[in-house]
Structure formats: structure tokens, C-alpha cells
Write a protein of this length. Structure first.
Length: 92
């Protein structure tokens, strides 16, 4: 199966989205909040006597990690799109 080449507009959109994701990943307020949420939820998992509270905390940790992973994936996709765009320019 052959991949479809993305248009300049699609590459530009992916680059812009990737740049935004990278900015969010490096934003000290956001990263601090996410770190605090994960730390507090992890601590709650350890300290909670109730199974329901531990499960809720576990889900919170998983949500924070999934959010960070999604931003990382978008950022990486943007870098790949930039490399593809640069390669297209080089082939012109």
C-alpha cells in the first residue's frame, strides 16, 4: 500500500499543531499542574483504604499520562511533517 503525499496545507497544519503541543509540553505552569496531579493521585493510591478511591486515583494517573503522551505524539508528528516539508523543498 502506498502512502498518500500530504499537501503543503496539511503539512503546515501538522507543523503548527505540533509546535503548539511542544509549547504546551514545555509550559512550566501546565507541566507543574500535571506533575502535581499525578503525584497527588499516586499518593492517594498508596494511602487510600477504600478500593474505590484507589481506582479513581489510578484512573486520574492514567488520564494525566495519556494526555502527556498525546501531546508528545502530536509534537513528534509536527516534527515529522516539518522534515517532510523540508524534503519536498529540497526536491524542487
Amino acid at each position: 500500500m502506498q502512502r498518500r503525499t500530504k499537501s503543503q496545507a496539511e503539512l503546515d497544519a501538522a507543523i503548527a499543531k505540533g509546535n503548539e503541543a511542544a509549547l504546551l509540553l514545555s509550559h512550566p505552569t501546565l507541566t507543574g499542574i500535571l506533575e502535581q496531579m499525578e503525584t497527588e493521585a499516586t499518593q492517594k493510591m498508596v494511602e487510600s483504604a477504600k478500593l474505590e478511591d484507589r481506582e479513581t486515583a489510578w484512573h486520574k494517573v492514567q488520564a494525566v499520562r495519556a494526555f502527556k503522551q498525546e501531546l508528545s505524539t502530536i509534537s513528534t508528528s509536527g516534527r515529522i511533517a516539518k522534515a517532510a516539508k523540508d524534503q519536498l523543498k529540497g526536491n524542487e
